[in-house]
Design a protein around this ligand. Structure first.
Ligand code: ARG
Length: 247
C-alpha cells in the first residue's frame, strides 16, 4: 500500500508580505486608553499609538486601517488575523509573550494608584491598601488587575470593563482606590481628580509597552524594530511623545 503525501511547496508568507500585497496595515486597538488611543469629539481614534502607526504605514507605503476591538479579545483577534499588529499600550509581559511576539518597547511605564482624598493620610503606597476593608479596582485583563491581585492580595478587588467607569466610581466614592498605568492616571487626575482624588504617582511596577504581532514573522518584526530605532533617533518619536505626554 503506497501512501503519497503531497507537501505544499509555497513558503509560509510573512505578515509583512501580506500587508504590502493588501496595501494596508491593519492595527488592532482598544480606544479607551488616553493618551495612546482614544476617541475625539468627531469619533476619530487619536493618540500616541495612532501617530506612530501612521508613520509606520507611511514608511511602508500602505494605508492605515484602525480596527477598534475590546481589550479582553485583543490577543485572540490578532491570532485569528483580524489585524496585523496590536498597538494599544500593551505591556510586554512574559505570559503574553508566550502567545505573541513583541517589537522593541517604545516606552516604559508603571502602575500607579489614585485614592479618595479622604484616605490621603492613611494610604501612602500600595502596601497600605492590603486590607479587606479597602475596595481597590482596576480594569479587566490588564496588568493593573494582575498587579493588584499579586501585590495587594488582601484588598477587596473590583474589576471594571473600562478605565472610565473605574475612575467615575472613585470620584463618586464607591471605591477607595483605582490602580492603573501612570500616563492614563495623570490625565484622568487632571480631568476628574482635582480637589476630589489624590494620585500616588510613584510607579510600583516595571512595564515596557510594546507592539505585538503573531509569532513566526521575522521580516515584519525586523522591520518594526528598525523603524523604531529610526524614529527614536531622527526626532520623530520625540515629537510624537511631546505631543501626547507632558512631563
Ligand atoms: N498596559 C496595560 C496592559 O497591557 C493596559 C493597557 C490598556 N490598553 C488599552 N488600549 N485599553 O494590560
Amino acid at each position: 500500500l503506497a501512501l503519497c503525501v503531497v507537501l505544499p511547496s509555497v513558503a509560509m508568507a510573512d505578515t509583512l508580505d501580506e500587508i504590502l500585497e493588501r496595501g494596508s496595515l491593519r492595527v488592532g486597538m482598544e480606544p479607551g486608553y488616553m493618551p495612546f488611543e482614544m476617541t475625539n469629539a468627531k469619533g476619530e481614534i487619536i493618540g500616541f499609538d495612532v501617530d506612530m502607526m501612521k508613520r509606520a504605514a507611511k514608511a511602508m507605503g500602505v494605508k492605515l486601517e484602525l480596527v477598534s476591538t475590546a481589550w479582553d479579545g485583543i490577543i485572540p483577534g490578532l491570532l485569528t488575523k483580524k489585524y496585523d499588529i496590536i498597538a494599544s499600550g500593551m505591556t510586554l509581559t512574559q505570559e503574553r509573550n508566550l502567545k505573541v511576539s513583541f517589537a522593541d518597547p517604545y516606552i516604559v511605564i508603571g502602575q500607579s494608584i489614585m485614592i479618595k482624598k479622604s484616605l490621603a493620610g492613611e494610604i501612602k503606597s500600595y502596601k497600605d491598601l492590603n486590607n479587606p476593608k479597602y475596595k481597590v479596582a482596576s480594569k479587566l485583563g490588564t496588568t493593573g488587575e494582575q498587579a493588584t491581585k499579586r501585590m495587594i492580595p488582601k484588598c477587596t478587588y473590583i474589576s471594571f470593563e473600562t478605565e472610565q467607569e473605574g475612575v467615575m466610581d472613585l470620584v463618586n466614592g464607591k471605591i477607595d482606590a483605582f490602580v492603573y498605568d501612570l500616563p492614563y492616571m495623570e490625565l484622568a487626575y487632571k480631568q476628574k481628580g482635582e480637589g476630589k482624588l489624590v494620585l500616588l504617582s510613584q510607579p510600583f511596577t516595571y512595564e515596557p509597552l510594546a507592539w505585538a504581532i503573531r509569532h513566526d514573522n521575522p521580516n515584519f518584526l525586523n522591520w518594526l524594530n528598525n523603524f523604531m530605532a529610526q524614529v527614536k533617533n531622527d526626532g520623530t518619536y520625540d515629537k510624537i511623545y511631546g505631543k501626547w505626554i507632558q512631563d
